[in-house]
Design a protein around this ligand. Structure first.
Ligand SMILES: Nc1nc2c(c(=O)[nH]1)N[C@H]1C(S)=C(S)[C@@H](COP(=O)(O)OP(=O)(O)OC[C@H]3O[C@@H](n4cnc5c(=O)[nH]c(N)nc54)[C@H](O)[C@@H]3O)O[C@H]1N2
Ligand SMILES: Nc1nc2c(c(=O)[nH]1)N[C@H]1C(S)=C(S)[C@@H](COP(=O)(O)OP(=O)(O)OC[C@H]3O[C@@H](n4cnc5c(=O)[nH]c(N)nc54)[C@H](O)[C@@H]3O)O[C@H]1N2
Ligand SMILES: [Mo]
Length: 697
């Protein structure tokens, strides 16, 4: 009997669930764009690991290692909803997709009949996949005749600066950094925001390289570098000009590289003559000796890599600063080695077919362009007014500057707002119609990176949860409801992935959607040392110290220093009232405002805080751990003071971006930041911001 029972039990035991590994890519806005291996059992994702793409090599950051908690979070939006409370209150009731699409189409048709430019797409970088970021959505809004949006929150100043000097968003390969002997980490915090580049730095360090970081605060990375140069925010161009002064004055240049592969050396030499180390030292708040030693060490070490990152270009002069620093490696010939040169973003190496993805020819006439960095003004003062906003891939109420104005805009009763989201963000609370979005595990996408040289295919591991839909699907459905019959508004996601690769760019030779899917990733065909023999994508093909492009845009054709708009020496009137420079860089446990609603990240993150130097705290009667009010003319918020000499005197720093509604005073750092734009690229200037800090009563 017993024997028989066992046999029967074995026969009826459920079959072992089929286990498979799906290759995906991290969609988040981070230079690393990690390869992901998702383990799926019975239709459920059960594990996430780093994939075998060489740059990210199997490791993930602490946030994305818990991406399954994001995908399966109980707080996900799973169904379309309509608002039943006041704007901003966050009360909704479930509706069908049919009702949601019908409501949106009816409102869009009515508004478009008056003037379609009264409709504004509001999107940014919630996902960096080409299908979800800029494809069917662009086609839809172009066909509709909506206002265009300049997407400028992050990097457009730096990209514009790079374009002037190097011809585009190109540079050396960050993966080569392990072979460098000197790495300048400039306006960058790789331990927090570029983890796999930091692994390369550590390898280099073990091989005897020196690491020097240039940053107003001793950030998490600075603590692990050999030297920290704590300059005043927004003064990097002055430092670079003085470095060039020393390099040229002391004959430390690579005359042969300059002669063959650069333009305008004579004019540059003349320009930097006036930039003595003493002059720059006064502006940067560092010593002339620091500058002289840095210049000598930089020019005298091979290979030498500069890792520029976006922190240094979130300033009024961010474009010019990037343009200026980018001149350094051509002066010393650092480009000759694969592990030398400068890199801010690798994005332009890809050569994806953006025209095919976005169909700009669907734009009729000349619609106006509104700038996301000034969304508050766009929603409150644009003429003709914005009457409908379709928000996706972004949480503007939390992340856009001067956010009191952004909230005032979204609170307008006459504004019709659609939000397509994974979670009920600060922005979602203002939606009239709230639509459920898929996470990366639930849709196809194709990825470039801005911090390495690999293309990746991201494949769905699981079916969409609830009634969630990917971005492209929502715009296909909406196009159909609007009666748009263009064939390109019906193309499927995988078709879009193929089109991204179909550009004829040599960098994409041998890379097809099918070959990408098989392996998950492929390296671009870009040589290890791309500019060893010149060949820059500038009009002259050379590194342009003198730039006609800059001149045509109304900028100085030569490298220069543009002071901060809100600086203690450049704006003394404002600094008398608000003497502290306020920066609000990425938090270790958040990804902009993503993850900032998830229990695990909030638990690790603690409470909103502000780093302040002991001298600045003492003169204001601020005790460590005290609640302080940070204020300027734009707004104020309350945070806990952390007294630390990791920020230089005169600078305060508040890790960001918190969801407003999850903080005690329902505010965040963007109460303070300004809508003023940078010198280039229409870019936001988050870190060009003066404040005062006082004990909160
Ligand atoms: N954990 C985590 N990782 C992230 C993000 C996140 O939110 N969290 N965000 C992602 C995104 S969207 C981006 S754009 C990147 C951002 O990452 P980075 O490009 O590295 O930029 P930031 O972190 O803004 O700034 C880097 C450093 O610049 C410093 N800095 C500020 N002003 C100046 C200045 O005037 N000069 C110099 N030399 N330094 C200055 C800051 O103190 C900071 O330490 O990180 C990505 N990765
Ligand atoms: N004070 C201050 N403010 C800053 C910064 C700072 O350093 N300081 N950094 C700035 C920078 S560098 C950046 S890049 C911006 C980032 O600003 P955003 O691009 O707005 O980034 P997130 O805050 O991560 O919000 C993205 C939203 O997109 C949603 N999302 C993700 N995937 C999808 C999808 O497939 N479909 C849809 N429909 N939605 C999706 C996410 O759930 C998330 O709520 O913030 C800027 N704001
Ligand atoms: Mo960013």
């Amino acid at each position: 009997m017993l024997h028989c029972h066992i046999v029967i039990a074995m026969d009826t035991a459920p079959p072992k669930p089929a286990r498979r590994i799906v290759k995906a890519a991290c969609p988040h806005d981070c230079p690393d764009t990690c390869a992901l291996d998702i383990t799926v059992e019975d239709g459920r994702a059960v594990a996430i690991r780093g994939g075998d793409m060489p740059f990210t090599a199997g490791t993930l950051c602490t946030k994305v290692a818990r991406y399954l908690d994001r995908t399966y979070a109980p707080s996900r939006i799973l169904y379309p909803m309509k608002r039943i409370g006041a704007k901003g209150e966050g009360r909704f009731t479930r509706i069908s997709w049919d009702e949601a699409l019908e409501t949106i189409a009816a409102r869009f048709k009515a508004i478009a009949a008056e003037n379609p430019q009264q409709i504004l797409p509001v999107s940014y970088a919630g996902t960096m996949g080409m299908v979800s970021y800029a494809a069917m959505d662009r086609r839809f809004f172009h066909r509709l005749g909506a206002s265009l949006l300049e997407r400028t929150l992050c990097s457009s100043a730096g990209k514009a600066g790079m374009k002037i000097t190097l011809g585009g968003s190109v540079g050396c390969d960050p993966e080569q950094a392990s072979e460098s002997k000197l790495i300048l980490i400039w306006g960058s915090n790789p331990v927090i925001s570029n983890l796999h580049f930091w692994s390369r730095c550590q390898e280099a360090k073990r091989n005897g390289a020196r690491l020097i970081i240039i940053d107003p605060r001793r950030n998490e990375t600075a603590a692990k570098c050999h030297q920290h140069i704590a300059l005043y925010p927004g003064t990097d161009a002055a430092l670079a000009l003085a470095m060039m002064h020393v390099i040229i004055a002391e004959g430390l240049t690579d005359a042969d590289y300059i002669a063959q592969y650069t333009l305008g050396f004579k004019e540059l030499a003349q320009r930097v003559q006036e930039w003595t180390p003493e002059r720059a030292a006064g502006i940067c708040g560092i010593s002339a000796d620091e500058i002289i030693h840095l210049a000598r060490e930089y020019a005298g070490t091979r290979p030498a890599m500069i890792r520029l990152n976006y922190g240094m270009q979130r300033h009024s002069g961010g474009g010019m600063a990037t343009r200026t620093i980018a001149c350094l490696p051509a002066l010393t010939g650092a480009w000759r080695e694969a592990a030398g040169g400068v890199i801010m973003t690798t994005a332009d190496f890809y050569g994806f077919n953006h025209r095919a993805l976005e169909h700009p020819e669907l734009i009729r006439g000349k619609p106006r362009t509104l700038n996301l960095a000034a969304l508050g003004d766009a929603l409150t003062t644009a003429d003709p007014p914005v009457k409908a906003a379709f928000v996706y891939n972004t949480n503007p109420v939390a992340v856009c500057p001067d956010s009191r104005k952004v909230m005032a805009g979204f609170a307008r009763e006459d504004l019709f707002t659609v939000v397509h989201e994974i979670f009920q963000t600060d922005t979602a609370d203002y939606a009239d119609i709230l639509l459920p979005a898929t996470t990366q595990l639930e849709h196809h996408d194709i990825h470039k990176s801005y911090g390495h040289m690999y293309v990746q295919a991201s494949q769905p591991a699981i079916a969409p949860l609830g009634e969630c839909k990917p971005n492209a699907e929502v715009f296909r459905l909406l196009a159909a409801r609007m009666g748009f019959d263009d064939a390109c508004l019906r193309e499927a996601d995988e078709e879009l992935c193929r089109q991204a690769l179909d550009s004829g760019a040599p960098a994409l030779d041998g890379i097809t959607w099918e070959s990408l899917k098989a392996r998950g990733w492929q390296r671009l065909n870009v040589p290890a040392a791309p500019f060893a023999n010149g060949g820059f994508p500038t009009p002259s093909g050379k590194c342009e110290f003198w730039s006609e492009t800059a001149k045509a845009q109304g900028h100085d054709p030569l490298p220069d220093y543009t002071p901060p708009r809100e600086g203690p020496t450049s704006n003394t009137e404002l600094a008398a009232r608000y003497p502290l420079a306020f920066i609000s860089p990425p938090h270790r446990h958040f990804l902009n405002s993503s993850f900032a609603n998830l229990d695990f990240a909030l638990k690790d993150a603690g409470v909103p805080s502000l780093d302040i130097h002991p001298d600045d705290a003492a003169s204001r009667g601020i005790a460590d751990g005290a609640q302080v009010c940070v204020c300027n003319d734009r707004g104020d918020y309350t945070v806990r003071a952390r007294i630390t000499d990791s920020v230089r005197p005169g600078v305060v720093s508040a890790p960001s971006v918190w969801w407003k509604k999850l903080t005690a005073d329902r505010r965040n750092a963007n109460e303070l930041t300004s809508q003023a734009i940078a010198d280039m690229g229409g870019a936001a200037t988050y870190y060009d911001c003066l404040v005062e800090v006082r004990p909160a009563d």
